[in-house]
Design a protein around this ligand. Sequence first.
Ligand code: 13P
Length: 247
Amino acid sequence: MRTPIIAGNWKMNKTIEEGLDLVEAIKGHTLNEKVEVVLCVPFTDIKPIKESIEGTAIKLGAQNMHWEDAGAYTGEISPPMLKELGVDYVILGHSERRQYFNESDEDVNKKMKSAINHGIRPIICVGESLEEREGQREKEVVKAQIIKGFEGIDSKDIEKTVIAYEPIWAIGTGKTASAEDANDMIAFIRDTIGELYGDLKDKIRIQYGGSVKPNNISELMNQSDIDGALVGGASLNADDFVKLINY
Ligand code: 13P
């Protein structure tokens, strides 16, 4: 059985004070113990949020990192810096980073290897654009992202990684992939992992992301291959996020 994982990606939202208020509000609710809950917060929020989730089952994630341990990379954050703050997860290759900051599959692959080497669990994001879906190339595109992203990743590390399938056209648009379409792609991603790692395909957790809301979460989570959600907008509101965790 794969443990469901629901992660909030706050993106570039929430000052420390706002973030602490949100976490306090989330902590005020009883949370589904069967679900692993992760908050992926801006770098500046990591330390205070870590302190505020102390003693709870909530895990902490970052939204990006460099692959090098240190060096002349102005503005970047390294894996040891995140590790020192007690980060459990890091989102890698989010479509916004691929789109606005030109991150390539090669970058994502280097970051994955580095995260694993430092004991930080990667949440690797893949997904097609609207144009690619309309051209019926979505599977080809996502398969290539998976193959390049996982190049050189050892099978012993597969269980530690999480994949998030986020179709770009569904992010922040209010358009969700239908639960069946999302499941179909996620099953395809699982088969691709099977081609690379055999039976480990049944161990790796694969989330759906893109306009996940309280009104569509249960249908998504009821699908055979969807193991959780990576949530943007609805993770910024405590009531909504708690509804997702308690789907
Ligand atoms: P929304 O939930 O706001 O569509 O964002 C999805 C996302 O990009 C999570 O990483």
